[in-house]
Design a protein around this ligand. Sequence first.
Ligand code: FNR
Length: 385
Amino acid sequence: MKRDLSKMTCIEDLRRVAQRKVPKMFYDYADSGSWTETTYRENSSDFQHIKLRQKVLVDMENRSLATKMIGQEVRMPVAIAPTGFTGMQHADGEILAARAAEKFGVPFTLSTMSICSIEDVAENTSAPFWFQLYVMRDREFMEDLIRRAKEAKCSALMLTADLQVLGQRHKDIKNGLSAPPKPTLMNLLNLATKPEWCMKMLNTERRTFRNIVGHAKNVGDLSSLSSWTSEQFDPRLSWDDVARIKDLWGGKLIIKGIMEPEDAEMAVKSGADALVVSNHGGRQLDGAVSSIKALPDVVSAVGSEIEVWLDSGIRSGQDILKAWALGARGTLIGRAFLYGLGAYGEEGVTRALEILYKEMDISMAFTGHRNIQDVTKDILVKGTY
Ligand code: FNR
């Protein structure tokens, strides 16, 4: 039976339910940033400082947020961001989120660090999805991932450029987050108080980390997984590798994690189809500016040569509208969908998308526009961005 989620009126409502339902160590994994979490917080609060201009008594009937991201039609300029261990928020989380995205009409991106594999998602969805690639020291394994993504007919490869080394999240260390979770008293107590969550998980063992387990060398079980992955992110990754990956992939390429105009220019030279202005949701370089502050300089440097997108900090449709007005031709949402997933599974992700859509649509109307294609910086109050 379909649940009535109409009382979930904003992303914050979904966040609160997820916090209640998901075991602490897994909820904290999603809802945290690196070190002091300053960048994590500013990613969202900087959106609030940008003000919209209201325009009245213009025809606002028949509105549309539809556009294209790398040539793909989308109902609004939003795609689901790649998030690792998504299945920890809800059993089969990657499949459920991909289904919700497909039904809603926005793209889904599967992370290299997903729990359900590329094949699991392909078997359980019909729309092509995007695959996010972390470049691993084990290049054979990486090439195998690219081959599998091609076989699964993924329609774009998203290369994440900002994770050659790992930002430190205090909460994960304190919670003893690992796969499988360390059997500390706190963790056991936490799992024991979430029977609904545990029951859901029990059925999904077969899907666990199949992207990696059994494929990467020396990783045969879950306990060797954590140490293998943390050693595997390749600190030597460079622009030369990007060219090689582009050749291997041969399809649409998105580079994620660009914050500076010079790097954006390199992304253009590399032949990428889109770049994502992103600080990884405040999980990597703490002290970096928010993505929305970094966006205008990147857009003025390369906005006419490549699709510039943005992620980090989006919690409302107004945020997406502001990013669009500043030149982002697409956005990715991370926590906004994870909260929905942790709270209500597939229906929760759908609800998150509905909330964002409605907020964006109505706010656009208030600024005097019916079609997102007509929206420019003019809807923003000068001096606030
Ligand atoms: C991420 N992110 C991420 N990015 C990526 O390229 N590969 C990954 O595996 C992950 N994993 C991941 C896990 C979790 C729990 C989060 C919250 C984020 C970053 C993600 O793609 C995106 O950049 C941010 O989530 C955007 O910020 P918001 O929307 O969460 O504020």
